[in-house]
Write a protein that binds this ligand. Structure first.
Ligand code: ASP
Length: 303
């Protein structure tokens, strides 16, 4: 049994961005499925899936990240290998095109688990990563979303501000390989207009993502401050071996978060040890997709 589930962020998506997500997701799923079927491990495939999502400019991660309050990208990412629960995380990056690759390199090639900002970028250079200019990561498609609609594209309602377009569009993935290994990864530009230095749930293990071969894999998206308060991904992972369905596990996770934090904007994807796939979100959209041995063609949801 093997399976992949990916998401492009829970939020209040604009139609033109959703159309781009619908085009990108099946291509990414198919190429990652081929790699998984050729024997790649869950952790290698989860990194590759998120790398491709970072390169697709319709998502708020890597190329296509949103601006902070100083008009700069500041990106966070994490990779978790469920086999040994080793993880690598990075935060506050402005000059790395694929933060997920750096997060995985922190996991595999440093004595640490979590590096931030200038120190993370220095480690990247030591490891042979090329640094880019921050501006190269800011695409007009993402950052035009906070400008008035008349200057870009007509919105569906008359509220052309950042609130209308939601918190984000972080990307995430969960993978189960044929050997029973799980992995999860996330990457984000964070929330639009965030204060410089703000770090959300994404690089915090157990908040935005978790993976363990004994439980399964979970990846979250939405308001990071609430996800951290409820330790969302770990809480949901603990329910995966139980009798509830994967869909119910996600739904219950969101309900419990809202019991703690009040109304929020949240999405979840997960995989359990039977290879069952689940997702749930309470926003307008959460473009995502899955592919598995029981259904080996890309299937898209949430958009
Ligand atoms: N959770 C991310 C953050 O707060 C945003 C998102 O999921 O889109 O940084």
């Amino acid at each position: 049994m093997s399976a992949i589930i990916i998401h492009g962020g829970a939020g209040n998506w604009r139609e033109s961005q959703l159309a781009a997500a619908r085009r990108a997701l099946p291509i990414i799923l198919q190429s990652c499925w081929t790699i998984l079927q050729n024997g790649a491990s869950a952790v290698d495939v989860v990194v590759e899936a998120v790398r491709q999502l970072e390169d697709a400019t319709c998502f708020n991660a890597g190329h296509g990240s949103v601006e902070n309050d100083e008009q700069q990208p500041e990106m966070d990412a994490i990779v978790i290998n469920g086999q040994d629960i080793s993880f690598g995380a990075v935060a506050g990056l402005s000059r790395i095109g694929n933060p997920v690759l750096l997060a995985n390199t922190v996991r595999t090639s440093s004595p640490h688990s979590f590096l931030i900002a200038a120190g993370a970028e220095r480690f990247a250079m030591e490891q042979g990563f090329n640094l880019c200019s921050p501006e190269a990561l800011l695409t007009p498609q993402q950052n035009a979303l906070s400008t008035p609609a008349s200057e870009t594209e007509k919105p569906e309602t008359e509220k052309p501000d950042t609130e209308k377009y939601g918190v984000s569009d972080t990307v995430g993935a969960c993978v189960l390989d044929n050997l029973g290994n799980f992995a999860s990864a996330l990457s984000t530009g964070g929330t639009r207009g965030k204060k410089k230095g703000r770090v959300g749930d994404v690089p915090v293990i157990g908040s935005g993502a978790y993976a363990s071969n004994k439980l399964g894999a979970v990846a979250a998206t939405g308001r990071g401050e609430d996800i951290m308060r409820s330790i969302l991904a770990y809480s949901v992972a603990l329910t995966l071996p139980g009798t509830i369905s994967t869909e119910q596990a996600c739904q219950q996770g969101i309900e419990q978060l809202e019991n703690i934090c009040g109304k929020s904007e949240i999405g979840l994807i997960c995989l359990n040890i039977k290879g069952n796939i689940g997702w749930h979100f309470n926003t307008k959209a959460m473009p995502g997709g899955h592919i598995s041995s029981s259904s080996p063609a890309p299937s898209i949801f949430g958009c």
